[in-house]
Design a protein around this ligand. Structure first.
Ligand code: SF4
Length: 265
């Protein structure tokens, strides 16, 4: 699940900042260098953050040894997350309204509470745990937040929450594992001698939501490749060469469309 990352500095870099630069260097500049607020934000981002907040609350209560939260309590956390965004214009999809999304949240959180995700393998050792460390001498430290950290007798599990339009398969879990690999690299320094496992907890945004737990492999060569990609992106960021990279995936939901149209280089 994506959280708003702090701006990168010479001291640290975040995965989401690197991904933002890869998506569109000019958008990266508006957000991370100029610090401009976005004119609007997509409903899928607000919705995903609100579901994430509710699930995070559930595990925080478990970590604190508190009673398991009810559906109503999770929905309160979800609603509060929406209220926290009340200052921003939210751009809805064609068939969506705030009410239809809230009904969807009710179904998704109901499915979550009925799923095995509420009874995780291992002991929870961190919720939204901040990890920081060096990936390469060529880079500032990586700073990241892990959704859920679990420990078993022989392993530490790094888990990421996702909401998705459709169910994932094993291939998608492997394909999307870059961020988890990097966080796994930082986590294994905390618990030397234990195997690091990477997992995605996925809840689908469907009429009947599906809850999945998928495992991705800790692929050392992919980790190494990701580090090289980060070194290249960091070098490009430092060169200060920011330009628009229009795409049908990025531009319709971009909150900087006005600034982009006015940008003259
Ligand atoms: S509108 Fe498109 S090209 Fe312009 S900043 Fe946004 S993502 Fe980049």
């Amino acid at each position: 699940m994506i959280t708003v990352a702090p701006p990168p500095t010479r001291d640290y870099l975040s995965y989401s900042a690197v991904r933002a630069f890869q998506g569109c260097p000019l958008k990266y500049r508006f957000r991370y260098i100029d610090g401009l607020p976005e004119d609007c934000v997509s409903s899928s981002l607000v919705f995903g953050s609100a579901i994430h907040a509710a699930v995070e609350f559930f595990f925080s209560q478990q970590l604190a040894g508190e009673e398991e939260p009810s559906l109503d309590e999770l929905l309160d956390v979800y609603q509060q997350s929406w209220r926290d965004r009340s200052e921003q214009e939210v751009r809805f999809g064609k068939t969506e309204t705030a009410d239809s999304l809230h009904q969807l949240a009710d179904r998704m959180l109901t499915a979550f509470l009925a799923s095995d995700l509420t009874k995780q393998e291992g002991r929870i050792i961190g919720v939204e745990e901040e990890l920081r460390g060096e990936l390469s001498p060529e880079l500032p430290d990586l700073l990241g937040r892990v959704d859920l950290l679990l420990e078993t007798d022989d392993s530490v599990i790094v888990q990421d929450f996702k909401t998705s339009r459709s169910a994932w398969n094993d291939y998608q879990a492997e394909d999307q594992s870059e961020q988890l690999l990097l966080y796994g690299e930082l986590a294994r320094r905390l618990v030397p001698g234990k195997q690091v496992r990477l997992q995605f907890a996925v809840i689908t945004k469907a009429k009947t939501p599906k809850v999945q737990l998928l495992e991705a492999s800790f692929d050392e060569s992919k980790l190494d490749r990701t580090k090289r990609v980060f070194e290249n992106v960091w070098s490009a960021i430092q060169s200060g060469h920011f330009y628009p990279s229009p795409s049908p995936m990025q531009c319709p939901g971009c909150g900087y469309r006005n600034q982009c149209a006015a940008w003259l280089g």
